[in-house]
Write a protein that binds this ligand. Structure first.
Ligand code: NZQ
Ligand code: ZN
Length: 392
């Protein structure tokens, strides 16, 4: 195991109706005037936004609103949010929505207290300072409610890039699984895929002797394999929603990623797909991740065979573990299909003619140094080959 630090100060509030106490938590964490940031309207339609405002008013918190965050959130609204926060002297940013809303909130929170261009953070500058952020999560997926990360698309060039830093950890996050019951099945499945991807990005490592985190990841993956089909069949299944929601947080606050090299090439490649085609992040991952696995598994056949055996229950072929490794990759792909995810570029609406451009931008676009991936370092030609596999 490698040396590591782990600091995860977010206060989690989990369960039914907890969003009705949001005013109390904003106050508890020092907010007096909040920016209430939300997306394209689901929180208006569900009545959640009204309940949030009522709770803020009851706690004497004043607020300004900014809606309109799109999936794959854009830089334009971030600049608007920063201006609004400065003008209105906002001291707390409250995200009501999914990963896109939370990431946009994080960018605004950091940009408001930074003199330069907020995009500096998305080119590698660590985020040390930001306004305090609170979240009310409405979709189990990105894990941004507990992560020190944010992903934004810069409309100037359409680069989708991530930023990180302790200043991005939310002060509190409210997780009520009931709020996810209004999700369309497709979005639910995208979330399940993203959660599994966050686990696999950490699982495939060059670090040896990481038994504790291996077993945590395998356990969470098995829970997703169990709960995924239950929630697709029965969208109002509270307990399945609850387990998926907590798994989404656990998968990405890095408690099961500490002390090990992680990969993240599939995410970097997927971000090119969602930047170019504006597809859902989880759907892009469903296409990229199995292809990445097929391309790299020879680097450590035994690790792939271990996942196949422990997570998917594939029989271990001791004479030829490559068979087990491949069976595991196939099981993952079949699982994704079974919950309604696309698994080819064509199903996603992506074009093979764009592969060259995506491979180039993934490796050399804004702030990239010529390669992606920690488990296997991939150059432009490798990324193109993975995207070719994803076309099959
Ligand atoms: O905008 P509204 O109307 O709210 O609709 C959203 C959106 O269309 C809808 N939705 C959310 N909750 C709902 C709902 N519809 C009905 N009922 C509800 N309860 O779902 C759609 C997708 O929302 P979005 O926030 O985009 O989903 P997600 O949470 O998957 O976030 C995706 C973004 O997170 C980034 C992705 O790249 C992508 O931009 N990621 C962020 C990470 C992080 N910050 O740590 C890590 C991830 O790997 C990921 O890259
Ligand atoms: Zn992700």
């Amino acid at each position: 195991m490698n040396n590591f630090t782990f600091y995860s100060p977010t206060y989690f509030v989990f369960g039914k109706e907890e969003e009705n106490h949001v005013g109390h938590y904003v106050k508890r964490f020092g907010g007096t005037k909040a920016l209430v940031h939300y997306g394209g309207g689901s929180v208006v339609r569900s009545g959640l936004l009204d309940r949030v405002k009522k709770s803020l008013e009851e706690s004497g918190i004043s607020y300004v609103e900014l809606g309109g965050v799109k999936p794959n959130p854009r830089s334009g609204l971030v600049y608007e949010g920063i201006d609004l926060c400065r003008k209105e002297k906002v001291d707390f940013v409250l995200a009501v929505g999914g990963g896109s809303v939370i990431d946009s909130s994080k960018a605004i929170a950091a940009g408001t207290v930074y003199e330069g261009d907020f995009w500096d953070f998305y080119q590698g500058r660590p985020v040390e300072k930001a306004l305090p952020i609170g979240t009310i999560l409405t979709i189990a997926a990105a894990g941004s409610e507990g992560s020190p990360d944010s992903v934004i698309t810069n409309e100037n060039g359409m680069f989708k890039r991530g930023a990180s830093g302790e200043g991005f950890r939310p002060t509190f996050s409210i997780l009520n699984p009931e709020l996810t019951q209004t999700l369309p099945a497709y979005q639910t499945a995208c979330g399940i895929t993203d959660i599994m991807a966050h686990l696999f990005e950490r699982y495939f490592t060059t670090t040896s002797e990481v038994e504790v985190t291996d077993r945590m990841i395998e356990g969470l993956l098995m829970a997703m394999v169990h709960e995924g089909p239950r929630v697709i069949a029965e969208p109002d299944h509270y307990e399945a929603r609850a387990n998926i929601m907590w798994a989404g947080m656990m998968a990405h606050n890095n408690s099961c990623g500490v002390g090990r090299v992680q990969d993240w090439a599939s995410h970097d490649i997927e971000h090119e797909l969602s930047a170019l085609y504006d597809c859902a992040h989880g759907a892009g991952l469903a296409v990229v991740f199995p292809a990445w696995m097929r391309y790299v598994y020879r680097k450590d056949v035994m690790r792939f065979a271990q996942a196949a055996s422990r997570v998917w229950g594939c029989p271990m072929d001791f004479a030829n573990p490559e068979n087990t490794a491949l069976a595991g990759i196939e099981a993952f792909r079949n699982f994704l299909k079974s919950i309604g995810m696309p698994t080819t570029l064509g199903e996603l609406g992506a074009r093979v003619e764009d592969i060259g451009q995506m491979a180039h931008t993934a490796c050399f676009g804004d702030a990239r140094q010529g390669a992606v991936g920690g488990f296997v370092k991939l150059e432009e030609k490798d990324v193109a080959a993975i995207l070719e596999l994803a076309a099959e």
